[in-house]
Design a protein around this ligand. Structure first.
Ligand SMILES: [Zn+2]
Length: 233
């Protein structure tokens, strides 16, 4: 039997190739058997306010990140009733998109919402981080994932272990969706690995052999439709 526990303070989910670190205190003892329940709030009326911090529009690499973010916003907002509204400055419920040497985000509608991106960030990275901002958690952390992937704990950096723990997201009924290897919220097989030549997990389905897409999967879109509603036709 798995032990469930509530997390009341959940700050930052780290991303694909970002720097991993502990933004919250937790015991790793018996972590393979634990399920953390995360209470996530959606953005009211699907309206997400944001501002950029530290990116220089005159710097080509920074501009690349800004374009990635704008394209990622377009991807999400064309999938469900979501709108991203730029603000000239930070406020209580304004996502600060901060230039950083790490890639990470807060989860859902929270005060002091933040999204960290590097210069020259890819569209997939921006789409993944915005997924967290909208309230989505990692596909490879859903509670039934052991049926679909086999995690190789001995090849995961200690700092990245928390990014492979099982999570139950209260915002949507994850297990009602087919497991989605193609999700933009799924890590690649090298993310957080000690030895990058060895995978951090293997896919249980021997017939799945696709490259990771840069665009949203059907499952990604269906989840934000469940949370925010479909776009009126
Ligand atoms: Zn992530």
């Amino acid at each position: 039997m798995r032990l469930k526990r509530e997390i009341t303070v959940w700050v930052v989910l780290f991303s694909l190739l970002g720097i991993f670190g502990g933004c919250y205190e937790q015991s790793l003892e018996g972590f393979e058997e634990q399920i953390s329940v995360v209470d996530v709030a959606p953005w009211p009326d699907g309206e997400v306010y944001y501002c950029f911090e530290g990116f220089d529009v005159n710097n080509e690499d920074d501009r690349y990140s800004i374009i990635s973010v704008k394209r990622a916003m377009q991807e999400w907002s064309s999938s469900a009733r979501i709108s991203f509204i730029e603000k000239p400055e930070a406020g209580d419920y304004v996502v600060r998109i901060i230039k950083s040497d790490k890639t990470a985000s807060t989860l859902g509608y929270v005060k002091n919402a933040r999204m960290y991106l590097t210069t020259c960030a890819s569209q997939r990275q921006a789409t993944h981080e915005l997924g967290h901002v909208l309230g989505l958690t990692h596909e490879h952390q859903r509670v039934d994932r052991d049926l679909y992937i086999t995690v190789h704990w001995n090849n995961i950096q200690p700092e990245a272990v928390s990014q492979y723990q099982l999570l139950e997201n209260t915002l949507y009924d994850e297990e009602s969706y087919p497991y989605d290897y193609r999700s933009v919220m799924h890590y690649s097989q090298s993310a957080g690995g000690i030895n990058v030549m060895t995978p951090t997990y293997t896919i249980n389905d021997p017939n799945f052999n696709e490259k990771w897409p840069t665009y949203l999967s059907k499952g990604d879109r269906d989840k934000v439709i469940e949370i925010y509603g479909a776009i009126a036709q």
